[in-house]
Each structure stands twice: as C-alpha cells, then as structure tokens.
Design a protein. Structure first.
Lengths: 242, 326
C-alpha cells in the first residue's frame, strides 16, 4: 500500500517560536492514524502545518506522491485534505444548514452539495432536526457533529480531526467516536488527534505519540501497551516501580 | 413578511418621483440631497467592505480622490465622454486599491491605519505630480454631466438622478452579493477566518476582490462629484471628510444592513446642514459626534434596525389589542 500522506522531517512554528522538531509520519490510505500526546506537544500545530495554516520552515508534506509543502489552505481542501479544527469553529451566526453548505464551498464539491447534505443528515439526524437553528445555539456535542458534517461536505480523501472529544460529556464522546468508527469502516483515511488515549486506541490502526514537538513513539495500535504508553505520555521513567 | 418586500420598492419610487416633484424647485435643498447621496454612496461601499470581509478602512478618501482625478483628467486631457470616464475613474480606484493590498496581511486597527497612510500618500502624489495632475493649484472647469435625450443631467435634478442611480445600483449589487455563496463565505469570515480557510474558501483572494469592488464604487462616486462641482484640488479630493462622514453615516444608519448607510447619510447630512448649522454656524459637526455617541448607546446596530424593531413591536401590540378586543 502506498502512503496517502507522508510527512518528512518538518519544522514549523509561530514566528520565532518553533514548535515541531523534525516530525515525520506516514499515513496509509484507508487507515486511521491517531496522534496522541499531552497539551502543548504540537499535535494541533502538526495538523495546522499540514493544512498550510502554519508556515513550514523545513521538510516536506507529500499527498499521494505530490509535494504539497507551502500549499495554501484552500488548495489543500481542493486536494481533498480536510481538517475539522480544534474547538469546532462553527459559524455561530449562521444556521446549521448554512454551516454545512459552507463546507460545499470548493467548486469540486458544489455540484453534489445537496446529495452530500442528505448523507450528512442521515449520519447525524440531530443536525437535521436543528437545520434552521443558529449554530451558536447548539450544545458542544451537536457543534462537534456539525463540524464533522461540515468536513464531510468537503468530500475528504484524508480527514484530519482535531480533538473531537474536547469538553464533551462521556456519553457524547461515545456517540462522536461511533461516528468516527463508521467513517473508518467506510474506508476513509483518518488522522485523529486526541488526548483521550483509550478512545483513540479503540478506533486507530496506527498510533503516534508526540511529546514536546517530537514523535517519541510510533506503533501499530493493536501492539500498544497502554501502561507503557502512559509512562511515555506523562514522561515517567519507563518501567517505573509502583 | 410581504410588507418587507414592498417597502424597498416604495422607497425607490418615492426617491425617483416624489423627491424631485416635491423639492425639485428648491435648488439649495436639492444640492444638499445630492451631497448627502454622495456621502451615502461612499458609506455603502465602506459598509460593504466591513460587512463582507470584515475590513475597517480609514482611507476611503484615497479611492474617492483617485476616481475623481482619473475621470477629470480623462475628460479634459484625453477628450473622453463623461460617463465612460467615470467608469474609468472607478477602475482607476480599483487599480489603486491593488497598491494597498499588502495591507490585507494586517488585521483590525492595523489594516485601518495603513489604509489611512495610503490615502495620504495618494494626496501627496496628486500634489507633487504636477505634470499630470496640475499640482496644488487644482483643476478648473472639469466637464459637466452631459445632456441625454434632451434631459440636462448637469442640472440639480439631473445630477440627483445620476447619483441616486449610482448609489441604488451599488446597493442592489451589494444585496445580490450578500445572498450569494461568496457573500455567505465573506460573512462567515467575520467569526473566524481560519475556519473559512479550512472549508476551502480562498479568503485572501475574496478580501482583495471586496477591497477592489469597494474602491471601484467609491471611485465612481468621486468621479461623479468631480463632474458635478467641476473643480478639484488634492486637499479637497483626498480630504479626510470623505472618510469620516461616510463612516459616521454608516454606523449611525446601521452598517450591518444594506439600506442603513444610505439612510444614515441622508439623515446625518440633511439634519446637520438644515438644522444644526442654522443655530450653530461654526462647529456644528460637534453635535453629529454627540448624536453618533447617543445612537451607539441607544442602539449599537444603528437606526435602521432600531426602526425595524420598533415597527415589529408596535405591530405585535396592535395585533394583541385586536385579539383582546375579539
């Protein structure tokens, strides 16, 4: 299998502050890759760097064997690389339906906007009930569904999802992850950034752990020893005695 | 709901027929209305830029002045007819806006101030490039608006029709754009530009397009003004008043609405000139300032939304009264 997304030794950051230090990872088509790590590890910055929202100062981003480093955000979307941003970022003053239709802004997807809208409503019936409501009035879980739905309207080939569980009640988190698992079973390529390790491991095929802007571990999800992962996660000494 | 669709039509008919019929013979009032519409045209262009794209400009005088100069010089030195020259004035302002586009990298007050700086640069250029612009002495006897089908457009009523048509066309274009997909994307940009980028909106390109469009409209209005008063000099054409009055008008009238900037310009300018000026010949603008502050405190969204809310409230009370009676 060829890599859908290949990231080679990238450095990126905000102005004078560098966040990512020679990060490399590879995502195979049709798989779900989880990027785990504590706050400030650089997970979101990595996704933002892929999307061209953060300037990459070194290294390469390769999508389907084409170099895409420095490509503008909207052109990445046109290539089918779609991000669901951290904190949802729905358009609060617009209705749920207008939010979803904004997802169909790229010319590539516009002709199928109505069909895609129907699919999103089938997937998240709650959004269909609230289609005329302002997005700002949604609960956190509904807003997350809306953000996912908006992303799906963009017909992602590679779906980057940033902390979908952020600030949500456990029941809602289960619902969101059920949605992600369904997307995975449909054969989509997903890159999931999470702090909730158990949830992430339940859907991932492959796991990366980030710490202070670097990848400190990469493993097939099935082989991951959660205790060892948590030792790394909390920067405890490996095999520490209890 | 239906009444809302009829209201603009009634207003347009009133503006085209009733205003000239009622006031056409009072030259002084007519010329004040033409000046108010000139401010209103810039106010519409300014509010459009703020609403669709979230850019606040302190430098619309730059586009006004460039439009005026381009049109005046094309008619005088190149022998262009007035109307094509006015369109070229708008195009010239749009091209001038391209020079200011590096400022699009900046946000909020930084963008506003850099545009203000550009307005000053253009004024200095108009003063110093004497061989083209005739320098600080200004341009005299700029050709008047033409006579079309026996109707003298340079008369008070004629020029009223011209500027009214310019402003209404700008508003119609604005309304159409706001309903389009691109308009939706530009409105969305208000909240979070990153989120609009993430859904595939080429935000920088759209902002540049809006800036050019707003500059074009302002340039056409500037060109109209040049042919109406037949005189230009750099201090007049690039005067800060062409920036400040439209901003006051738009905020007073309601910059988030389509009709607000025009309504605001008519109210502010006419009340100022006809009422305040009569009892405070010097410094009457200070009352405008107080009025603007009062409006922002009373109704931050401006006059038009305030009137709409009041009308709805009255209607509800009336219907309730009917129900109670029945």
């Amino acid at each position: 299998m060829s890599a859908a997304l290949d990231i080679k030794d990238i450095r990126a950051g905000y102005g004078a502050v560098n966040v990512l230090w020679d990060v490399s990872l590879s995502v195979e088509a049709g798989t779900t890759t989880a990027i785990l790590g504590p706050n400030g590890a650089g997970k979101s910055t990595l996704l933002r760097a892929i999307m061209g929202l953060v300037t990459v100062s070194q290294g390469d981003i390769v999508v389907d064997s084409c170099a895409r480093t420095g490509t503008s955000t909207w052109n990445m979307v046109n290539e089918g690389v779609v991000m669901v941003p951290e904190g949802r970022m729905v358009f609060r003053d617009m209705t749920v339906e207008d939010n979803l239709l904004m997802g169909a802004f790229p010319k590539r997807t516009r002709p199928r906007a109505q069909a895609n809208l129907k699919t999103v409503y089938q997937r998240f019936p709650r959004l269909s009930e609230r289609r005329r409501q302002l997005a700002g009035s949604l609960s956190g879980g509904e807003a997350q569904m809306l953000a996912l739905g908006r992303g799906l309207m963009e017909e992602p080939r590679i779906f980057l999802v940033d902390e979908p569980s952020l600030g949500l009640a456990p029941v809602i988190v289960d619902e969101i992850f059920a949605g992600l698992r369904q997307l995975k079973e449909e054969g989509r390529t997903i890159v999931l950034v999470e702090q909730n390790t158990y949830k992430a491991l339940s859907v991932a095929d492959y796991v990366y752990l980030m710490q202070a802007g670097k990848i400190v571990m990469s493993q097939v999800a099935a082989d991951v020893d959660v205790d060892h992962l948590h030792d790394l996660y909390f920067a405890r000494k490996t095999g520490s005695e209890h | 709901m239906r009444a809302n669709g009829i209201l603009p039509a009634v207003a347009v008919i009133a503006l085209y027929l009733l205003v000239p019929a009622a006031l056409g013979h009072v030259d002084y009032v007519m010329s004040l209305i033409v000046a108010a519409l000139t401010i209103g045209g810039i106010a519409v262009a300014w509010a459009m830029l703020g609403n669709l794209g979230g850019m606040v400009s302190f430098g619309h005088a730059a586009f006004f002045g460039v439009g005026a100069y381009v049109s005046a010089l094309l008619t005088l030195d190149a022998g262009w007819p007035v109307f094509p020259a006015m369109l070229a004035g708008g195009a010239g302002a749009a091209i001038a806006s391209v020079v200011t586009m590096p400022a699009l990298r900046l946000r909020g007050p930084y963008f506003a101030l850099s545009i203000l700086a550009f307005a000053h640069i253009f004024r200095i250029l108009a003063t110093e490039l004497e061989s083209i612009t005739r320098g600080a002495g200004g341009i005299l006897s700029i050709p008047v608006l033409p006579t079309v089908a026996g109707f003298d457009l340079s008369s008070k009523i004629g020029s009223y029709y011209v500027i009214l048509t310019i402003v209404l066309m700008a508003m119609a274009g604005y309304a159409w754009l706001r309903r389009s997909t691109v308009g939706l994307a530009l409105l969305a940009m208000h909240d979070t530009e990153d989120a609009t980028k993430v859904v595939g909106v080429p935000s920088t390109r759209l902002k540049a397009m809006m800036l050019a469009l707003s500059a074009f409209i302002t340039g056409v209005v500037g060109a109209f003004n040049a042919h109406q008063i037949n005189f230009l000099d750099p201090d007049y054409a690039f005067s800060g008043l062409w920036t400040v009055l439209p901003i006051v008008a738009a905020i007073f009238g309601g910059y988030r609405t389509i009709s607000g900037p025009l309504v605001g310009a008519l109210v502010i300018y006419l009340v100022d000139q006809l009422v305040f000026k009569s009892f405070l010949p010097h410094g009457h603008e200070i009352i405008l300032g107080a009025l603007l502050v009062a409006m922002i405190v009373l109704s931050p969204t401006g006059l038009v939304p305030l009137v709409r809310q009041t009308v709805t409230l009255v209607r509800q009370t009336v219907t309730r009264g009917h129900h109670a009676a029945a």
